[in-house]
Write a protein that binds this ligand. Structure first.
Ligand code: HEM
Length: 131
């Protein structure tokens, strides 16, 4: 079952270390040559900063914040804009879980399930806006 407060605390234990976001992109890009190609011309320093906020938007949405930021992500990642196919989000989530295992000393299989269940509704909104 989702639990935004538990996830918020886990993210708090992890996101202060800049290596969290470096490790995330190393792991995420390691999953597919297609993903590496998408970031070939990206300034990764600013991208890491954007991701820091993006994950926070997912967590805040799960805590009941309005869906405007999530819908903005759905729009920017849609077929008409950056064309990020919905099939890539499971790799994104796997990469996030692997990064959390490295950075949150309290991470566990139970906490992983909590994270996945908590983020799922927000990611579903984003992927539902693809077409
Ligand atoms: C850009 C967050 C999933 C590829 C961005 C940006 C944010 C972000 C905040 C900055 C631009 C904007 O605000 O739209 C997220 C979050 C995700 C997610 C929270 C998961 C729910 C993905 C996935 C891919 C992807 C699955 C597939 C590879 C990209 C690319 C850019 C981008 C290519 C543009 C990079 C550039 O400017 O060169 N993402 N993203 N994202 N994202 Fe995502």
């Amino acid at each position: 079952m989702g639990n935004p407060d538990i996830v918020f605390q886990s993210y708090g234990r992890s996101c202060n270390n800049p290596a969290f976001f470096e490790d995330f992109y190393t792991i995420f890009m390691g999953k597919s040559a297609d993903i590496r190609a998408m970031f070939a011309n990206t300034n990764m320093e600013s991208q890491r900063g954007l991701l820091r906020g993006g994950i926070m938007w997912l967590v805040m949405h799960a805590r009941g914040m309005s869906d405007s930021k999530i819908r903005a992500l759905g729009e920017s990642h849609s077929k008409a804009k950056m064309n990020i196919h919905p099939s890539y989000y499971s790799l994104w989530l796997d990469a996030l879980m692997e990064t959390l295992y490295r950075h949150d000393p309290q991470f566990s299989p139970t906490l992983e399930q909590t994270w996945r269940a908590t983020l799922k509704p927000s990611i579903d909104v984003i992927t539902s806006m693809y077409d």
